[in-house]
Write a protein that binds this ligand. Structure first.
Ligand code: NAP
Ligand code: F7E
Length: 325
């Protein structure tokens, strides 16, 4: 019997790589949509040792015809839409691109499924950024949304279009409202990785200081390896639905810095400088998720404490920096 097929957009990103590994371990034939880029995109798949095990199909989520071809070619039982312009900071300088990729891209996937593979189950990568200027101190599936960036607004559109296709056309479409999740495969522009990389480089004498923006911001940070399990579990449910995926603990960027620098025997206060240019036009000051529904219905909970996550990231950065020194 042919293996169950899964199609992942954003397969070369942090979550795409971890999810591909998880699905391969579960016996899926894993297909990924690969947009054309001039530089090396496959480093995460190589890092996890799975670059030869996935089948990459030329395509871009803004190009509906390529998305339809990818769906027709892979005949997926499950489709995970992880592709996005996912960096909040860039969404103010490239709001239209962010809208096209992060918003319309999701609708292209939904439409391709509706036309070519209506029985496929669909996962949309929604985000805690949709809560933005929070309306409740702890955010759950019933908390009103208030996005604070073009990224958050684009994701909110994609989220409602996912709900809409579920309710209008009966698609098995679920939306995971994931809070921040990190790993050694996180892009270096995001704050945790920026900090763990800097801590490693400063320890090795390759860098002197680290410039950051608002270190009083608070985030509910988990491990990406844990969070991709929740994505898969959502698509194993008989009924599609929306779920908050979070750890239920929030920490300041300042305290996260302290963990990272302590891990290499340094004090963050001696190396971190505040750069007003890194402050955002509108900030999401604090996020804290309630993962109760995911725990009860999916049997999922986060298992990696922030201390372990940051140590894991610092260790990985030390190893990589030593190798390239
Ligand atoms: P990521 O590392 O930035 O990965 C995004 C992926 O999308 C990259 O492989 C990227 O390729 C690809 N992509 C960008 N534009 C594309 C296009 N036009 N067509 C096809 N692929 C395209 O993000 P992540 O952290 O893995 O997150 C995965 C998803 O979850 C994203 O949708 C993100 O917005 C969402 N999310 C993330 C978090 C988090 O904390 N990590 C939380 C909630 C939701 P290039 O890099 O080559 O552009
Ligand atoms: O910022 C503050 C910054 O860029 C976290 C994406 O995966 O999670 C991510 O979005 C906080 C913010 O992540 C710097 O102002 C201070 O308050 O790591 P970040 P994010 O904006 O929370 C959500 C859930 C997603 O969906 C997104 O795709 O840290 N901060 N100083 C800084 N942030 C950065 N990047 N760089 C700094 O120097």
């Amino acid at each position: 019997m042919a293996a169950r097929a899964a199609l992942i957009t954003g397969i070369t990103g942090q979550d795409g790589a971890y999810l591909a590994k998880l699905l391969l371990q579960k016996g899926y034939a894993v297909f990924g949509v690969l947009p054309r880029r001039a530089s090396d995109m496959l480093w995460r798949l190589r890092y996890l040792g799975i670059q030869d095990d996935v089948q990459l199909l030329d395509g871009d989520v803004t190009d509906l015809s390529s998305v339809i071809r990818a769906v027709e070619h892979s005949q997926p039982a499950e489709v995970y839409n992880l592709a996005a312009q996912s960096f909040v900071g860039t969404s103010w300088s490239q709001p239209i691109l962010t809208g096209m990729v992060t918003g319309i891209g999701a609708v292209n996937l939904l439409e391709a499924i509706r036309m070519a593979q209506p029985k496929a189950r669909f996962y949309q990568a929604s985000t805690s950024e949709m809560f933005g200027q929070i309306r409740e101190p702890v955010q759950s599936e019933t908390t009103p949304f208030y996005p604070r960036s073009p990224y958050g607004a684009a994701k909110l559109y994609a989220h409602w279009m996912t709900v809409n296709h579920r309710e209008s056309f009966g698609l098995h479409a679920s939306s995971g409202i994931l809070f921040n999740h990190e790993s050694p495969l996180r892009g270096p522009e995001f704050v945790t990785r920026k900090v763990t990389l800097a801590a490693a480089r400063i320890k090795l004498g390759q860098q002197k200081s680290l410039r950051l923006g608002n270190i009083d911001a608070q985030r509910d940070w988990g491990f990406a390896g844990d969070f991709v399990e929740a994505m898969w579990l959502m698509l194993q449910q008989d009924q599609p639905d929306d779920y908050v995926v979070a750890t239920g603990r929030t920490t300041t960027v300042r305290d996260m810095c302290s963990l990272a620098f302590n891990a290499v025997g340094l004090r963050y206060e001696d190396h971190v400088e505040i750069d007003p240019a890194l402050m955002r036009p509108a900030e999401v000051e604090v996020l804290l998720g309630n993962p109760g529904k995911a725990r009860e219905r999916l049997g999922w909970s986060a298992t990696t404490p922030l201390e372990d996550l940051i140590s894991m990231m610092v260790e990985a950065d030390l190893a990589r920096e030593r190798q390239t020194a």
